[in-house]
Ligand binder design. Structure first.
Ligand code: 2HA
Ligand code: ZN
Length: 279
C-alpha cells in the first residue's frame, strides 16, 4: 500500500483515544463515532496525496462547500470502539468528500465493504458550522458518557439549567467551557433533523448534549474534544453524587464571575446564564 496512514501521529492518537473511550465505558458495543479533519500536509506525507480511491459511497446530504475536497478519518457504522485499535482497517476509514459534496471517496479502510458512521450527517454539518465560526476546528466526537446520560434523565433539556449545574459542580468547569453547553431533548438519532439541530447549537457551543443519548463535542484537536467531554462527564458525576443530599456548599454566581475574570474569559462567557450583562 502506497499510503502510510497508520504511521501518521494524528491517526495513532485517534486509535488511542477510541481505545481509551471504550475503556472508560462510554462507548459500549457500536456506540459513539469520531471524525477528524486531515491537513493537506498530512495528505501528502501519509496518504500519497490522497487522490487514489478504492470506491465511492453516496452521502446522505449534499455536504457544505467548506468540507468538500477535504479528507477525514471516520469511525465505521456498526463497528465497535473495543475492536478498533487492534484492527483499524475494518473499523475505521479515511474519506475525501467529493467536489460536488454528494459522495465520499474511500481512500483507505472500512474493509471489506463497510462504510462511515450512520451519524455522518450530523458530523459533516457540525464540522462545517465549527469551521465557519472557528477555522482551526478539526474534530467532532460523539459518545455516550454514563453519568451525563443519567443526568439527562433528571434534568430538563435546557441550556442554562444544564450549564449552571455543571459549572457549579467543579471549579474548573467554567474555565474549560465558558460558553456553556447546548442541550437537545430526545430526538431520533441518525436523522437529518438531529444533524441540523446539533449543528445549529454548535454555532454557539463546542458541546451539545443529546438528551437520553450522549454528547457531541468539537475541538481543534483530539485532546481538546476529549478533554471537554471528560470534564463535562466528571461534573455530571459530581452533580449526580450530590443529588438527594443536603448540599452545604455550591459555587455561587459571584464566584463563577471571579473565575471568568481570573482566566480572562470575558469574551467567551455566557453571561446571560449568570443573569448578568457582559463585564
Ligand atoms: O454509532 O452512537 O448515535 C452509534 C451511535 C449512534
Ligand atoms: Zn450515539
Amino acid at each position: 500500500m502506497a499510503n502510510k496512514i497508520l504511521e501518521c501521529p494524528k491517526m495513532k492518537q485517534y486509535l488511542d483515544v477510541i481505545d481509551n473511550m471504550y475503556r472508560l465505558g462510554w462507548d459500549e458495543r457500536n456506540g459513539g463515532n469520531i471524525s477528524v479533519l486531515v491537513d493537506p500536509e498530512e495528505e501528502k506525507e501519509y496518504l500519497d496525496g490522497g487522490r487514489q480511491y478504492i470506491r465511492d459511497i453516496p452521502l446522505p446530504l449534499v455536504a457544505d462547500p467548506i468540507v468538500r475536497d477535504r479528507v477525514f478519518f471516520f469511525t465505521g457504522t456498526g463497528r465497535y470502539f473495543r475492536n478498533t485499535k487492534a484492527d483499524p482497517e475494518h473499523n475505521i476509514g479515511v474519506i475525501r468528500i467529493s467536489e460536488d459534496g454528494k459522495v465520499a471517496h474511500v481512500i483507505w479502510g472500512f474493509e471489506p465493504n463497510g462504510q462511515f458512521t450512520s451519524e455522518i450527517y450530523a458530523h459533516l454539518m457540525c464540522h462545517a458550522t465549527r469551521m465557519k465560526v472557528h477555522p482551526q476546528n478539526h474534530v467532532i466526537m460523539h459518545s455516550h458518557p454514563t453519568n451525563l446520560l443519567i443526568m439527562s434523565h433528571l434534568m430538563k433539556a435546557d441550556d442554562k439549567e444544564f450549564t449552571l449545574a455543571l459549572w457549579r459542580a467543579m471549579t474548573e468547569c467554567i474555565v474549560v467551557y465558558p460558553e456553556g453547553v447546548g442541550v437537545l431533548p430526545w430526538m431520533l438519532c441518525g436523522t437529518n433533523e438531529i444533524g441540523v439541530a446539533t449543528a445549529k447549537k454548535m454555532e454557539q457551543y463546542r458541546c451539545v448534549i443529546w438528551g437520553l443519548h450522549g454528547i457531541y463535542g468539537a475541538g481543534d484537536d483530539l485532546d481538546e474534544a476529549f478533554g471537554l467531554i471528560e470534564t463535562i462527564e466528571k461534573s455530571a458525576q459530581i452533580w449526580l453524587a450530590c443529588q438527594g443530599k443536603k448540599e452545604l456548599y455550591t459555587i455561587s454566581n459571584d464566584e463563577l464571575v471571579q473565575l471568568v475574570h481570573r482566566f480572562g474569559l470575558e469574551k467567551q462567557c455566557a453571561w446571560n446564564f449568570l443573569d448578568r450583562k457582559p463585564e
